[in-house]
Design a protein around this ligand. Structure first.
Ligand code: ATP
Ligand code: MG
Length: 354
C-alpha cells in the first residue's frame, strides 16, 4: 500500500506530495490538469517506464533536467526513482541501488485500467500473455528467473535457425528449452485456473447473461508434448528462420457464443470484461500470496452507464486493496464513499476535506 507519494518535475507536476488512503482515492480535475500523470507516476515506480510513452524522457517536465519520484510503501519500504534527460536513471530501494527493475514490480503489484486497456482484448496475444505472466510472476518467486532463462534460450535457438545450424546443435538447446518452457506453461496454467474461478463471480455481476468462456492456449497443440513440437517442427523452423510454436505463443482466448469476445461485445461490455479480468487478477494475488495489488483506474466513468460505474466501484472496493480512480467531475462518481479525494489543477494536487 502506498502511504506516501512524491513527484517532482513529472509531466506538468512541478512538486507534489500526497498521502493516499489505504482504500478508495479519487483524483479529479479538468482536462489536462494532471490526473493521468499521477497514475503514470505510480506506474513508473512499479514498472520503471511509462504506460503512455516509450520515451521516458517525454515525462520529464519541459525545461527540466530530470524527474524524481518517491514512494513510501506501508511503514517500512521506500522506493526512489530519478530519470535524467540523457536516459540515465537511478532506482533506490530502501536507500540501496536496485539490481533489477523486476524488484520494483514485486514490491508494488499494480493493475491499470485505462481507456487504452481495450488493447488487452483487441490487440495480438502479446498483451494477454503479459497479463497471464503478471500473475504467474507475482504468484511464484521462481517465475521471473525461469521466464528470463527461457527467453534467452529461445533467442539463441532462433539465432541458430537463422544461421542454418546443424540439427544436432539445435537439439542441444531444445532440451533445456523444453524443461523451462514446460515449467512456464505449468505455472501459467495454474494461474489461469485460479483466475477463472475468481472471474466467474465478477462476470456474473458485470455481464450477467453474457456466456463468456475463457480458455488458455499454451502456444502449441495440447495433445503434443513440447519436445515433439520442437523436434517435429525443426525442418519448418529452419526454413523460416524462427521458432513457430511453443510457450512463446501462449494466449488467453475469450469467447462469447464461440465468437471472439472482441467481435461480439459492445464497447461498454468490453470495458467491463477488461475490468473483470484485472480485478480478478488482483483477487487471486491476495488469495494466494496474502498481498494486495493496487488498482489504478483512469477515467472510470467513460463508456459506462451509471449502474455499471457503481458496480465497478463496489467491486473495486470489495477487493480491499488500494484504489486510485480519476474523474473529471467528482459528481460522476459520488455513489461510493471516497476515503480521500484529491483535486488536481494545473499540476497542483490538493487533498479535499469534506
Ligand atoms: N513533459 C511535460 N512537461 C510539462 N507538461 C507536460 C509534459 N507532458 C505533458 N504535459 C502536460 O501535462 C498536462 C497533464 O496531462 P494529463 O494527461 O495528466 O491530464 P489529465 O488530467 O489526465 O487530462 P484528461 O482529463 O484530459 O485525461 C497536460 O496539459 C499536458 O499537456
Ligand atoms: Mg487523463
Amino acid at each position: 500500500m502506498l502511504t506516501k507519494l512524491q513527484l517532482a518535475h513529472f509531466r506538468n507536476v512541478q512538486a507534489a506530495s500526497v498521502s493516499p488512503a489505504g482504500g478508495l482515492n479519487l483524483i479529479y480535475g479538468a482536462n489536462g490538469s494532471g490526473k493521468t500523470s499521477v497514475l503514470e507516476a505510480i506506474w513508473f515506480l512499479s514498472v520503471g517506464r511509462s504506460f503512455r510513452s516509450h520515451l521516458s524522457q517525454r515525462v520529464i517536465q519541459h525545461n527540466q533536467p530530470h524527474f524524481t519520484l518517491f514512494a513510501q510503501l506501508g511503514s517500512d519500504d521506500r522506493i526512489g526513482l530519478q530519470r535524467e534527460r540523457g536516459g540515465d536513471h537511478q532506482v533506490r530501494i530502501n536507500g540501496e541501488p536496485a539490481k533489477r527493475l523486476a524488484e520494483l514490480a514485486s514490491m508494488l503489484p499494480l493493475q491499470l485500467i485505462s481507456p487504452e486497456s481495450f488493447s488487452l482484448l483487441l490487440d495480438g496475444p502479446k498483451a494477454r500473455r503479459e497479463f497471464i505472466d503478471w500473475g504467474a510472476f507475482h504468484g511464484d518467486p521462481q517465475f521471473f528467473s525461469v521466464w528470463s532463462r527461457f527467453r534467452r534460450l529461445l533467442k539463441q535457438r532462433n539465432q541458430l535457425l537463422r544461421q542454418q545450424a546443424s540439427t544436432r546443435q539445435i537439439a542441444i538447446w531444445d532440451k533445456q528449452l523444453v524443461q523451462y518452457g514446460q515449467w512456464l506453461t505449468d505455472a501459467r496454467k495454474a494461474w489461469v485456473n485460479s483466475l477463472n474461478d475468481a472471474l466467474k463471480g465478477i462476470i456474473d455481476q458485470f455481464l450477467p447473461d453474457v456466456p463468456i468462456r475463457i480458455s488458455f492456449n499454451q502456444g502449441w497443440d495440447s495433445k503434443t508434448e513440447l519436445d515433439q513440437v520442437y523436434s517435429a517442427g525443426l525442418a519448418r523452423d529452419l526454413q523460416l528462420g524462427y521458432t513457430v510454436s511453443g510457450p512463446h505463443k501462449a494466449d488467453l482466448r475469450l469467447r462469447v457464443d464461440k465468437m471472439p469476445a472482441q467481435d461480439s461485445l459492445s464497447r461498454g461490455q468490453l470495458k467491463l470484461l477488461v475490468c473483470a479480468l484485472k480485478i480478478a487478477q488482483g483477487m487471486v494475488l491476495s488469495q494466494q500470496q496474502q498481498r494486495q495489488c493496487i488498482y489504478l483506474v483512469d477515467d472510470l466513468a467513460s463508456e459506462l452507464d451509471q449502474t455499471r460505474r457503481t458496480l465497478l466501484l463496489e467491486q473495486l472496493q470489495k477487493t480491499g486493496g488500494q484504489v486510485f480512480v480519476t474523474a473529471i467531475e467528482p459528481e460522476q462518481l459520488a455513489m461510493v464513499p471516497w476515503d480521500k479525494r484529491f483535486h488536481v489543477e494545473q499540476g497542483r494536487i490538493t487533498e479535499q476535506q469534506d
